[in-house]
Design a protein around this ligand. Structure first.
Ligand code: ADP
Ligand code: MG
Length: 319
């Protein structure tokens, strides 16, 4: 198949229903009409074969994760995702592979109300880049720099599952039977917390998504906000069945690929935030406090500080 057949057959044939898209795929650029009363959020995330996914990944899983990691950036800011551009460097244009990739991609995009409006296709070693655009009511977007002294720190979901699945694959040990599937699901098909993020617009101060490990990601919030944070390791939401594993706490604190939200809110919002748990079928856990000072301290049940060599994933760190 040729590049243009791919574009015509798989991408351009889809109907666009969004009234703000003046022009979609097929010209030199898409045209969008901005909506008054909203701010744009635009971000991009790249996935590289052998680094972000195993080269033999199922095309459906790759499509899911590519969208999920980008949607998660929108969720982190409380933004409603709207448009995406997909750039792909593929070794070849294989019909079956593209069919599977595109049907999974568009199924998920439809679920989240995202329209594909452009992209680029070239030959290469397996690099996928998605640019995503979303919107929030003017001035409302959640940012990393808005944590306030005395705020509670919250996380959604359960931490460390993807890290457990990855460690099990790379180090070749078996996870307990009953949690293997849930950890694998989290690694391969994380669910971005988009609806939760939107509900946090009026509740949270600072927010971000956890992609490179809670500890490291929370430090982005403390640095940007000029505050410190204390986390209570005992309060972290972890899977009971993994508790026997000695590395479980490390997975929860420093493992990548959680795609949960971490946010701060004043203490009087606690009831509201707990109520979101039922609405979103998702644990909401208060794990610590914003303090004076700087950096993130993690305390064990004896109030002693815990230290790990690494606080999260770092791409250019030398082994
Ligand atoms: P140009 O050479 O002008 O950059 P292209 O031939 O690269 O145009 O692309 C033609 C049209 O197809 C453009 O509208 C572009 O946005 C779209 N397109 C190309 N590849 C993709 C892709 N992987 N996903 C979505 N749209 C794509
Ligand atoms: Mg192009």
């Amino acid at each position: 198949m040729k590049e243009f057949d791919f574009i015509r057959h798989y991408l351009q044939s889809r109907e666009l229903t969004d009234a703000n898209i003046i022009l979609g795929i097929g010209d030199d650029a898409a045209i969008l009409r901005p909506q008054s009363g909203f701010d744009w959020h635009i971000s991009t995330d790249m996935m590289v074969s052998g680094r972000h996914f195993f080269p033999d990944v199922a095309p459906q899983d790759l499509a899911h994760k590519l969208l999920a990691v980008n949607l998660s950036d929108m969720a982190a800011m409380g933004a409603t995702p709207k448009y995406a551009l997909l750039s792909a460097a593929l070794p070849d244009l294989n019909n079956d592979w593209l069919e599977a990739f595109c049907s999974a991609f568009f199924a998920m995009a439809d679920n989240f109300g995202v329209s594909l409006i452009g992209g680029d296709t070239t030959q290469g070693a397996g690099v996928f880049n998605l640019t995503i655009m979303g919107q929030t009511p003017t001035g409302k977007g959640l940012k990393r720099n808005a944590a306030q002294m005395g705020d509670d720190i919250w996380v959604s979901g359960i931490l460390g599952l993807a890290a457990a699945a990855l460690a099990s694959r790379l180090q070749g040990f078996r996870l307990p039977e009953n949690c293997f599937a849930i950890c694998e699901e989290k690694l391969l098909r994380p669910m971005p917390r988009v609806a939760l993020g939107q509900d946090l617009l009026d509740l949270a101060h600072a927010a971000q998504d956890i992609s490179d490990g809670l500890w490291q990601d929370l430090e982005h919030i403390t640095t940007a906000s000029g505050v410190g944070a204390t986390i209570f390791a005992d309060d972290l939401p972890m899977l009971d069945d993994l508790n026997r594993h000695p590395e479980n706490l490390q997975w929860a604190l420093t493992g990548g690929d959680d795609y949960e939200l971490i946010f701060t809110a004043s203490a009087d919002k606690a009831k509201h935030i707990q109520n979101l748990s039922q609405k979103h079928h998702l644990p909401m856990t208060r794990i610590g406090k914003i303090t004076q000072g700087q950096g993130v301290r993690v305390l064990n049940q004896h109030q002693q500080e815990i230290h790990f060599k690494q606080k999260g994933f770092n791409h250019f760190e030398k082994a």
